[in-house]
Design a protein around this ligand. Structure first.
Ligand SMILES: [Zn+2]
Ligand SMILES: [Zn+2]
Length: 70
């Protein structure tokens, strides 16, 4: 039984959290993210802006949560 086969331990101390956009699949310095784990980078966000946000909030396409843009 393998438990943590997919876990790469490359982090040392001082954890640097990297984001990975679920839309373009690239690692990003920053992504809008949701409690469900969904992440989207600002570039993809802009592309989907019309469908995700109208103002100070955006809606997670995965779980439908309304998220604040902060
Ligand atoms: Zn992206
Ligand atoms: Zn979500």
């Amino acid at each position: 039984m393998k438990k943590e086969a997919e876990k790469k331990k490359k982090t040392r101390r001082g954890r640097k959290k990297k984001f990975k956009c679920h839309c373009c699949g690239r690692e990003q310095l920053f992504c809008w993210n949701c409690q469900c784990g969904f992440q989207i980078c600002p570039a993809c966000f802009e592309e989907n802006r019309w469908g995700m946000t109208n103002g100070p909030t955006w809606i997670c396409p995965d779980c439908g949560s309304i998220r604040m843009m902060e």
